[in-house]
Ligand binder design. Structure first.
Ligand code: THG
Length: 372
């Protein structure tokens, strides 16, 4: 018998859990103490459907942490090395969040609600506890809470069409990473053009559980001809798109420079950030890189070699049916790698050779074309 996941109040269900079960979720993980489906009809079937149609995802597990009060701006800035000085209301900001040693605590999508109110949509680590500790330790006048807000993602090339049917054509005005209030059945809720896929997508920040389930049902009723299905962040699509997962591709021992988040950090910024002093002195000794393997073979372990020398570990991996290659993110030891790009891994059929590349994958440059 396969082991069961025992669900209790601690393993939080969401307003959409009954819908997710009814839609036939076939696997779950726990993310921020909350249930998150990992597959429905199988990861490959879900993948093709996501790339060609539209899916509705219960991503309530992207917990919201709010910082409210006169110290909210300061606390948000302490937590990230990204310069928030010119942050605007109405935009989402992808934030590496780092400790005093420059190590990753989380990667969140943040919005500034107003000058005294930030909202962080956090990845899988307890940002609430860290933020409370910082607020008390630095004596900031700010309240840190986890409000009842349940993100619902609508992802896929037909997402815009479906969202217009439910929220109106104004949805088309939202640019990438923009966020604006919409009214649904009399309830104001924010909608962003964002999500954990590189297909077109939106996230609705549902702030009323009952209206949220109505919204779920309406998305399915109005999307029948679009073949709308329940879905979830898809491992294959995430890897092809180079989207990182906290806990998999990075952890509390990783710096943002080691995972390619340099572009979000201005080391010269004149801001009070907990991690900037350490990051200014930091020289990365490891780097997350893409790995492309010729064959559809399963890995026997997570070690990556140049000759007999181990140079890194696989962090996330999946077979890409679109490019017919196994793709992986590998954390490489730069000294051991010494500039090599051809590496070997152990598979269930012996050693296999692969090529290391920068992330995100550039399939054109790799000479790979989509098979459909
Ligand atoms: N949506 C929301 N909250 C989240 C996630 C989300 N919190 C947890 C987790 N996902 C955070 N991780 C990511 C990783 C990448 C992106 C978003 C969240 C992302 N990155 C773009 C990229 O890499 O190209 C763009 C970033 C940018 O332009 O600033 O979208 O999915 N609400």
């Amino acid at each position: 018998m396969r082991p069961l996941l025992s669900i209790s109040r601690r393993t939080r269900r969401t307003p959409f859990s009954s819908r997710v079960e009814a839609a036939g979720a076939s696997g779950y993980t726990v993310y921020n103490h909350t249930l998150l489906a990992t597959s429905f009809r199988g990861i490959e079937v879900d993948y093709w459907h996501l790339c060609e149609n539209v899916q509705v995802w219960d991503v309530s597990c992207e917990k919201q942490v709010t910082l409210m009060g006169p110290g909210a701006n300061q606390l948000a800035q302490y937590m990230t090395p990204r310069n928030l000085t010119h942050a605007k209301v109405g935009r989402c900001y992808y934030l590496p969040m780092c400790d005093e040693n420059g190590k990753m605590m989380n990667d969140a999508v943040a919005i500034k609600v107003n000058d005294r109110h930030w909202r962080l949509s956090v990845a899988d680590s307890d940002v609430l506890l860290w933020a409370k500790g910082l607020a008390v330790g630095f004596g900031l006048d700010v309240e840190v809470r986890e409000p009842d807000i349940f993100p619902l993602a609508v992802q896929g090339p037909k997402a815009e069409d479906l969202m217009c049917r439910v929220f109106g054509d104004e949805i088309k005005q939202l640019g990438f990473f923009a966020i604006a209030p919409f009214v649904y059945h009399g309830q104001r809720m924010k909608v962003a053009r964002s999500g954990m896929s590189k297909q077109t997508g939106y996230e609705v920040f549902v702030n009323n559980a009952e209206i949220g389930t109505q919204l779920w049902d309406e998305l399915f009723a109005k999307g029948q001809d679009l073949d709308v299905r329940a879905g979830c962040p898809n491992l294959i699509e995430r890897i092809e798109s180079g989207l990182l997962s906290f806990g998999n591709d990075m952890d509390h021992e990783t710096t943002p420079f080691e995972i390619g988040l340099d572009k979000y950090i201005d080391l010269d910024a004149d801001v009070k950030s907990l991690s900037l002093p350490a990051l200014r002195k930091h020289t990365p000794s490891k780097k997350l890189m893409g790995l492309v393997l010729e064959y559809h073979r399963n890995l026997a372990d997570l070690n990556v070699f140049v000759g007999d020398q181990k140079i890194g570990d696989v962090r996330s991996q999946a077979y890409s049916p679109k490019y017919m290659r196994r793709l992986a993110f590998v954390m490489c030891d730069l000294a051991a790698l010494n500039g090599a790009t051809t590496v070997e891994v152990n598979t269930d059929q012996g050693k296999a050779r692969g090529v290391l590349t920068s992330l995100p994958f550039d399939f054109d440059e790799l000479g790979l074309t989509a098979c459909r």
